[in-house]
Ligand binder design. Structure first.
Ligand code: ADP
Ligand code: MG
Length: 620
């Protein structure tokens, strides 16, 4: 059956392309590549020179969205509405990112809850990192479709080797929301190796590869082994706050010193600060090829030699070398056991970096490919392999549909994502939502939709006799073990008491390939609507928890709070209750934020008083 799509803008029919694209969704820059007639190329903006799309999303007051270079221009002037480095937040809860707060110029919402994923506030709207990443992916998709003059729907997306299950799932969800069927998530270092043709075919013995990736804001070193075409990550190390941005910063600091400028001069003059930063980046890039840079800025001397630059960044580069040493130690390999060293990321163009890395490993590094592009190129090569061999192997060794369980509010939590290699085993931790809860129902579903009601139910069982504990305290591990025949074993275990139960299910019993295809298509067509419902249900769940705890808080601290404080808290709690009845997730999030903001200092004071009381009462 052939499908024809219509371009909604001009009504012309567009043909769907069978090309699968490769996407590098980076912290600083993202890009897309594809393979045609055996040649893999990155996609540039029409008539443009660079394939890089800065990973920046800007929200204008009128609700319009800018992505890429246009958004990057707003960074300094509208920091509140301009989101960068969103990859750092993907799949993370607030507890994980608290330390990032000073670093980010925009607002990340504090929910005081370890288990809730972060949200980003722009004016009165709230976004998840998934939605923001989807905007970047949509831009890449648009660029790709303009190039091919055809619609694309399938992609391979790369992630850092250290990404956990939740970060990988978030990346898949972002793809789905952008209208892409994400066939595989590939590790960035693996993709880089593929781009250099290192796919395990060259040698009968296992090859060891070190991938050194220095980007804009992050440094990763990964040690891989390939044998029989199978990549294994032996170790990873790095620094999540070290990259080319730091090189720019040391140059700015150097010029400030030379020109007697102070920090205050820059904080009061945003456009000067931005201009200096851009000039510093220009200098850094120029010094890759030249020995000197001089280009003054309105009376401010902006000059630096390569030697001076190298002296400034030496300690930073030395830090990356220390990470390499640690990575080798963890992989139990010596420097001379590494067969190939691959350079990835724009910052590896700096000559001092290349020198020090090749000195450390005692060998010439691989840097013949454009370091900005190797990851996307590798992803596109992997995508092409998938496209070519699909009919024969794809359905044999991978699971065709996601498997997961129902969580609060009827949401689907995919535990084994579709296209995972089988056999596989994945565990994830959950907890209870009610005080003293004794039983927990585990309902197992299959499918790609966000609400379990739209997926296929495979079975359910009850974990009984959990010892009574307050909500949120039990640690319940759910494990999915899927064997090569598609038999799924689901185990649930409360880790504090060791209560355990399990069930076995035939995962794709009675499901034809056609039905699977339909389930998949439905999920992509409904991705946006599903995400809306998911966000609403999640906001409601969160709000209900807050409403309960505010009730408890008021009861327990009757004597500590003033009448005004009590009535204002009740008032805010009531408007939160009201918002939960409605359908507007932003209104719920706003009401939660307002309540949180007002009660946080009260809670601190109550805590202080309660601790004081406890101390007074202590008898010796
Ligand atoms: P990420 O993987 O974090 O998205 P990239 O690999 O795109 O990042 O690297 C971006 C960084 O590379 C920026 O700091 C940029 O200034 C730097 N860079 C790009 N070209 C050069 C060059 N010629 N010399 C030095 N640094 C460069
Ligand atoms: Mg990168």
């Amino acid at each position: 059956m052939a499908r024809i799509s219509i371009n909604l803008k001009d009504g012309k029919a567009v043909k769907p392309s069978n090309i699968i694209v490769g996407i590098d969704l980076g912290t600083t820059n993202s890009l897309v590549a594809y393979t045609k007639d055996g040649e893999t190329v990155t996609v540039k903006e029409h008539g443009g020179k660079s394939a890089l799309v800065p990973s920046v999303v800007h929200f204008a007051a009128d609700g319009s969205i800018l992505v890429g270079d246009a958004a990057k221009e707003k960074l300094e002037t509208e920091p509140q509405n301009t989101i960068y480095s969103v990859k750092r937040l993907l799949g993370k809860s607030y507890g994980d990112v608290e330390s990032l707060e000073d670093y980010l110029g925009y607002q990340v919402i504090d929910d005081d809850d370890e288990n809730t994923l972060v949200k980003i506030r722009v004016g009165d709207k709230f976004f998840t990192p998934i939605e923001l990443s989807a905007e970047i992916l949509k831009e890449l998709k648009k660029r790709m479709e303009a190039e091919l003059k055809a619609t694309i729907s399938r992609a391979v997306i790369t992630v850092p080797a250290y990404f956990n299950d939740s970060q990988r799932q978030a990346t898949r969800d972002a793809g789905k929301l952008a209208g892409l069927d994400v066939l595989r998530i590939v590790n960035e270092p693996t993709a880089a190796s593929l781009a250099y043709g290192l796919n395990g075919q060259q040698s009968d013995v296992a090859q060891k590869i070190a991938v050194y990736d220095l980007g804009g804001g992050t440094f990763d070193i990964s040690v891989l082994q390939i044998e029989d075409g199978i990549f294994e990550v032996l170790s990873t190390n790095g620094d999540t706050f070290l990259g080319g941005d730091d090189f720019d910063r040391v140059i700015v600091d150097y010029w400030m010193g030379k020109n007697n400028l102070t920090k205050a001069d820059l904080t009061t003059n945003k456009s000067l600060s931005q201009a200096l930063r851009l000039r510093a980046e220009e200098a850094k890039k120029a010094l890759t090829y030249d020995l000197k840079f001089a280009n003054d800025l309105d009376g401010i001397e902006c000059r630096i030699s390569r030697q001076q630059f190298q002296d400034l960044i030496m300690p930073l580069v030395q830090k990356t070398i220390n990470c390499c040493r640690n990575a080798l130690k963890d992989s139990e390999l010596a420097e001379n056991e590494i067969d190939h060293v691959i350079m990835v990321g724009g910052s590896t163009r700096v000559p001092l970096v290349q020198e020090m890395v090749s000195k450390f490993f005692g060998k010439q590094v691989n840097d013949s490919l454009n370091p900005d592009e190797v990851v996307a190129i590798g992803a596109a090569i992997q995508a092409d392999v998938l496209a070519g061999t699909q009919k024969d192997v794809l359905l044999l060794d991978i699971t065709p549909l996601s498997l997961g369980i129902e969580t609060v509010g009827g949401l689907m939590d995919a535990i084994i994502p579709r296209n995972s290699k089988v056999p596989t085993r994945v565990g994830r931790n959950y907890t209870t939502s009610v005080d003293g809860q004794k039983n927990l129902k585990v309902a197992v579903f299959q499918g790609e939709r966000d609400l379990v009601q739209d997926n296929r139910k495979l079975g359910e069982f009850i974990l009984r006799d959990i010892p009574p504990m307050p909500a949120g305290i039990p640690k319940i591990e759910i494990q999915f073990i899927l064997n090569a025949d598609g038999i799924l074993k689901v185990k649930a275990k409360e880790l504090r008491s060791n209560v355990e139960t399990s069930v076995e299910i035939k995962s794709s019993y009675g499901l034809s390939e056609e039905e699977m295809g339909k389930m998949l298509l439905d999920s992509i067509q409904n991705a946006e609507a599903d995400m809306k419902i998911r966000s609403l249900l999640e906001a409601r769940n969160e709000a209900r928890n807050i409403i309960l705890s505010v009730g408890k808080f008021l009861q327990q601290n009757e004597t500590i709070l003033s009448d005004d404080e009590k009535s204002r808290t009740i008032e805010l709690n009531e408007s939160l209750k009201k918002s939960v009845e409605g359908e507007d997730k932003d209104a719920i999030n706003k009401a939660m934020a307002d309540l949180n903001e007002y009660t946080a200092p009260l809670a601190h004071r109550a805590l202080d008083v309660n601790i004081g009381e406890a101390m007074k009462g202590r008898k010796l």
